[in-house]
Ligand binder design. Sequence first.
Ligand SMILES: *Cc1c(COP(=O)(O)O)cnc(C)c1O
Length: 403
Amino acid sequence: MPHRPGRHFLQIPGPTNVSDRVLRALSRPTIDHRGPEFARLGKEVLEGCRAIFQTSGPVVMFPSSGTGAWEACIVNTLTPGDKVLMYETGHFATLWQAMARRWGVEVEFVPGDWRHGVDPAHVEARLAEDRNHVIRAVMVVHNETSTGTTSRIPEIRKAMDSAHHPALLMVDTVSSLGSMEYKHDGWGVDVTVTGSQKGLMLPPGLGFNAISQKALAASKSNRMPRSYWDWEEMLKSNPNGFFPYTPSTNLLYGLREAITMLLEEGLDAVFARHRRHGEATRAAVRGWGLELVPLDPREYSNSLTAIMMPQGCDAEEFRNVALEKYDISLGTGLGKFQSKVFRIGHLGDFNDLMLIGSLAGVEMGLRAAGVPHDAGGVQAAMDLLSNETVAKPRLMESLFDKH
Ligand SMILES: *Cc1c(COP(=O)(O)O)cnc(C)c1O
């Protein structure tokens, strides 16, 4: 392929744009992962993760994709034959439940239309019915990356409490942590699963579990064979800044930088920025006269937007034209949305002009691909962004300056 001048626009909902600061951090020399310099790095990132997950408990990390972190969550908490409650919110929920089944877990998978999040009222009614407390866990995808639809975790927690049910709450935040509000402790979550390549602004390669005391207790009594994913081995080494096997040293340099960047900006400002970009993108979609996938405005994702292709138009053809003509990668339609939906990622290290450039790429791509749409989507987004006062970035002492 001949050189293409200028920056490629990587607007899939993960991996996201990796900033120059993180790229430079990644290029430091690899060091002895059993030595004193590493111990400091290990402690810093493990401590920093607590701030991002908003937890005072342990966060463990694996050299893996997000899928590995799903598996770690399952094998550390459940036993073959255990029953769990899951909801078909989209492609990722479907994959996670398929994985749980492969581990011998009995999944009650509530069907869904891929245009709604989890209904808290259903959770409450189903758990209230389960008088013998057979259901061991409720497993939810916070931000369904295939549909741009968010489930309301605090309301799900409330529903579980109202039903007085002891099930664990396990949440996939792969495409929301570090971009949308999320509180592991404050929302009463037992296991939070994430990966490095979306809101955390890193290349792929790290998987994370944040673990509550209740989940830790479950891990001591469950009977699922495990080795690589075992929390116990991680938790033995982590307090000293070490890992039971070779960690992704260079990704941890990147993680330290990414955490510093998120805390310099301030988590609230990070969430507000993503909210604004979500609103501006939805304004553009309305301006184009196209249809959003999520049907309930309370469930709009602020890290990505999924858009229905007009009848008779192929989303893949449109994506190919946009890539060829404007060097922008847009998200493909996943699972049953293949060819019917395209997605715009607007999360990670991202600002107003990058968003407007991306939306312009979409609008010009729609025109070039002959997809019927109204003009003025980009204009609507610009109006929204320029009429608002920008939240001032909060200056904060870097978490790592102390060292
Ligand atoms: C990306 C993603 C995953 C899978 O992560 P991989 O790193 O591809 O294994 C899981 N869940 C959600 C919600 C995702 O967006």
